[in-house]
Design a protein around this ligand. Structure first.
Ligand SMILES: C[S@@+](CC[C@H](N)C(=O)[O-])C[C@H]1O[C@@H](n2cnc3c(N)ncnc32)[C@H](O)[C@@H]1O
Length: 218
């Protein structure tokens, strides 16, 4: 583990930080930009919004969100990741006036209750076990203001042959039971248990990554 990283049972990616920006577009088969755009559209951003990106990795999505905010009216995108090496890359490559990056665990967020208008998370929940999925969703709920929006893109019940092939292969080759929980369709139920409204499924990418949104009640 990188010296500045936060100890967590989550699968952190310190070791992948130097090559992550090269690998992710390949894994998303050239659809990274449209994938990020779909999440950002759902956020319904306003210039002054405060947005949290949970498990931000090297900060590509955090920065794309920040580019739509205005720091002069309080707009800020905050990316957190437990892997210090990922946050180092994010700070070097994606820093701007409307974004900040912090090393933090999603299951123990260092933020006040109600301090964000929206939270987003891409490809993070399949890195943590059921207990941490629940705890990090409860933390997302806590730090959102009433009426705040949560947008999640992550592995879910596959809907196509290729989706089934890719997600089950990932579960067994990477020996990641956490992926198995996602494939079994656990995320929406855990969002409800954390206190969120009934999640809406907006789209499936490549037959195995679901795009959800849900809200913290007013
Ligand atoms: C597949 S990457 C996704 C990165 C980015 N969101 C994206 O879409 O490219 C998953 C990230 O979750 C981070 N992670 C794993 N467990 C974590 C935890 N408990 N708290 C915060 N981040 C964690 C990993 O270090 C990794 O950067």
């Amino acid at each position: 583990m990188h010296s500045g990283s936060i100890p967590t049972r989550g699968r952190t990616l310190d070791y992948a930080a130097p090559v992550y920006d090269f690998c992710e577009p390949l894994l998303l088969m050239g659809r990274l930009a449209s994938y990020n755009r779909a999440m950002i559209e759902l956020l319904g951003l306003e210039p002054g919004h405060r947005v949290l990106d949970i498990g931000c990795g090297t900060g590509t999505l955090t920065r794309a969100i920040a580019d739509r905010l205005d720091p002069a009216v309080g707009g800020c995108a905050t990316g957190i990741d437990a892997a210090a090496a990922m946050i180092d890359v994010a700070r070097k490559k994606r820093s701007c006036a409307a974004c900040r990056f912090e090393v933090a665990a999603a299951e123990q967020l260092p933020f006040e209750d109600g301090s964000f208008d929206a939270a987003v998370s891409s490809l993070f929940y399949h890195h943590v076990d059921r207990d941490l999925k629940e705890r990090s969703l409860r933390e997302a709920f806590r730090v959102l203001r009433p009426g705040g929006l949560l947008v999640v893109a992550d592995m879910h019940r596959p809907t196509t042959f290729m989706g089934r092939l890719i997600s089950h292969a990932a579960r067994w080759f990477l020996m990641q039971p956490q992926i198995g929980e996602n494939i079994a369709g656990l995320l929406p139920e855990l969002m409800l248990r954390a206190g969120f409204e009934q999640p809406r499924l907006h789209a499936m990418f490549m037959g195995y990554i679901a795009l959800f949104s849900t809200r913290k009640d007013q």
